[in-house]
Structure formats: structure tokens, C-alpha cells
Design a binder for this molecule. Structure first.
Ligand SMILES: Nc1ncnc2c1ncn2[C@@H]1O[C@H](COP(=O)(O)OP(=O)(O)OP(=O)(O)O)[C@@H](O)[C@H]1O
Ligand SMILES: [Mg+2]
Length: 288
């Protein structure tokens, strides 16, 4: 069983970037006309906080993510229990690496943590809010504002410049285009690519593409950055550059959850969560 055969975009309940199609015409991009967004506007304030959603449920303030007994079963014959009772917490500012063999449930876990999929049972709290109690529109709002995704295959839009790809990370917010572009430039500077804003993905190296994807993940100032094998398509030099960037982001206070096969990368993280057969078999702080 190889999880890599599952394209995340064909197996997810939700396309993580669907919200980027601001004008709803399916082109993955907003038009130039007036920017009107059919979002659940009342539920999220300018800081991305839920203002009229379910109240936080006694989860401490510094816990950005909490999973309790999460089960995910995919239908089939026989059904696949990709997650079999997973519980853990991530505190604000942590750098957590999730390791485990292929098929152990890492990507499924990331999809559930990122509110791309709903668990079969169990609860997930993001920033203190239980995702199971949120309607789909609110769940997308949380996803758009509070979570930054980075994938192995970059998932940049080829027809758009680096700057526009990053600015798309803000479509959901309803910010005017000018503001989105300004913030995109700032995010590109954070990843050291201020000179490459006008380049399309095909004109960038793999490492640069992944840095653009990281800038897109950061541009909405998310509570948590989720990266699933972000170095999986990179050579060792570019992997190191991407890892250095993630470490810098952590040093500057970001909360990062990184999935990797690479034991050497995992060994450099302050906390390792090991998975096997859909369960957490080890969760340890590493003395660095
Ligand atoms: N949409 C799906 N339908 C049915 N089974 C699925 C689906 N997605 C994943 N699975 C199964 O769930 C299990 C966990 O898959 P997952 O992709 O989470 O593993 P992974 O740890 O990310 O693996 P890899 O390291 O290869 O990426 C696997 O047995 C996989 O075959
Ligand atoms: Mg995977």
C-alpha cells in the first residue's frame, strides 16, 4: 500500500485551493471586476478569528491544535482504517515532525488537521474551536485564514507569476488586489525571492518553487503551517534550503507541523511523532 498513489486533490473531501477561485468561474483565479466573495463573512473577523462561531471549549490558549481519538476510515472492500484513534496536541510555536512508513496515515492526518477532511469519529480543535461543530463554510474560512499548506508537488498555478500565486493565498480574505499583491511581495521577501516575483513556476528551480509555495502558505499569517513532504521532490541542496527556511520560520515564532520520510530531517526537529498503521506509536521531544 503506497499512500503516494493517492493524489491529495482527487481523494480529499475538499480542494485546499478551491477558495482561491475568487469569482467562482472555476479558473482558480479571481476576475478583474469588482471583488465579491460568497463567504460566511459574519463568522471571521479581520484577524481570522471566529467571532460568532462555537466558543472555545476549555482548550488552553497556547494549544493551537488538539486531536482526540481521531479515526478516519475510507470506504472500500475491505474499508481502510487510515487513522485508528490518534490523539495529540500541538502548542503555539512548536515545530513537530511526523514520521512513519508509507501508508501509515501521515497525509490523512495532515488532511484532517488541515480541515480538508472530516474524521469518521473523534474530535479536532483548531485554535480552540471544534471543527466537527462547524458548517462547511466556516470550516473553509478556518482553512483559508488559519492554516498554511505546503505540499510535495508545490501546487502552484503555471499560468500565474510567483507573485500572483502567493497573492492567491489571500483571495479568500476579500482583500483588494493591490493589498494582496503588496502582501505577496512581502511574503516573497521572507523566503528570499523578492527578485523572482514576476517569474512563472516553470521559470523557477524546484527549490524556488517550493519557497514560493511556502510564501503562499505564510501570506495569510496562519496559526499553523502544515507541510507534507515539502522536500520530497527536491535534491539535497534545495531540501536543505527549504529546511533552513522552515527552521527560520520556527525561530521567528511560527507553529510548524512537517511530515517527512527523511529520518535525518526528523532528527533535527525538537519533537518527533512516529506513526504506524494509523496510530501514534511514539511522541518524543528530542534533545538537540
Ligand atoms: N481516498 C482514499 N481511499 C481509500 N484509502 C485511502 C485513501 N487515501 C489513503 N488511503 C489509505 O489510507 C492509508 C494511509 O494513507 P496516507 O496517504 O495517509 O499514508 P502516508 O503515511 O501519507 O503514506 P506516504 O508516506 O506513502 O505518503 C493507506 O493505506 C492508503 O492506502
Ligand atoms: Mg503521504
Amino acid at each position: 500500500m503506497n499512500g503516494d498513489t493517492h493524489d491529495p486533490f482527487t481523494t480529499l473531501d475538499t480542494d485546499p485551493f478551491a477558495v482561491f477561485d475568487g469569482d467562482g468561474d472555476g479558473d482558480g483565479h479571481d476576475g478583474d471586476g469588482p471583488e465579491v466573495y460568497e463567504i460566511d463573512a459574519g463568522s471571521i473577523d479581520a484577524n481570522g478569528d471566529l467571532v460568532d462561531g462555537t466558543p472555545p471549549e476549555g482548550i488552553p490558549d497556547d494549544v493551537v491544535l488538539q486531536l482526540d481519538d481521531v479515526v478516519k476510515q475510507y470506504p472500500g472492500n475491505p474499508p481502510v482504517r487510515a487513522l485508528d484513534g490518534v490523539s495529540f496536541q500541538v502548542r503555539r510555536g512548536e515545530f513537530v515532525v511526523i514520521v512513519g512508513p508509507s501508508g501509515s496515515g501521515k497525509s490523512t492526518l495532515m488532511n484532517i488537521v488541515g480541515a480538508l477532511q472530516r474524521p469518521t469519529s473523534g474530535t479536532v480543535h483548531i485554535d480552540g474551536h471544534s471543527t466537527s461543530k462547524l458548517r462547511d463554510a466556516r470550516l473553509s474560512a478556518i482553512r483559508g485564514r488559519r492554516i498554511g499548506f505546503v505540499f510535495q508537488q508545490f501546487h502552484l498555478i503555471e499560468g500565474l507569476s510567483a507573485e500572483e500565486n502567493v497573492a492567491d493565498g489571500l483571495l479568500y480574505t476579500g482583500m483588494p488586489r493591490r493589498t494582496r499583491i503588496r502582501r505577496a511581495r512581502e511574503a516573497l521577501a521572507t523566503v528570499g525571492l523578492e527578485q523572482r516575483g514576476g517569474h512563472r513556476p516553470g521559470q523557477l528551480s524546484g527549490g524556488e518553487r517550493q519557497r514560493v509555495a511556502i510564501a503562499r502558505a505564510l501570506v495569510s499569517d496562519p496559526a499553523i503551517v502544515l507541510a507534507d513532504e515539502p522536500t520530497g521532490n527536491l535534491d539535497s541542496h534545495n531540501s536543505e534550503a527549504v529546511m533552513d527556511l522552515l527552521r527560520e520560520l520556527h525561530d521567528s515564532g511560527r507553529t510548524i507541523v512537517l511530515i517527512t520520510h527523511d529520518r535525518d530531517i526528523a532528527a533535527t526537529a525538537p519533537r518527533q511523532v512516529s506513526m504506524r498503521d494509523g496510530r501514534v506509536i511514539d511522541d518524543m521531544a528530542v534533545a538537540l
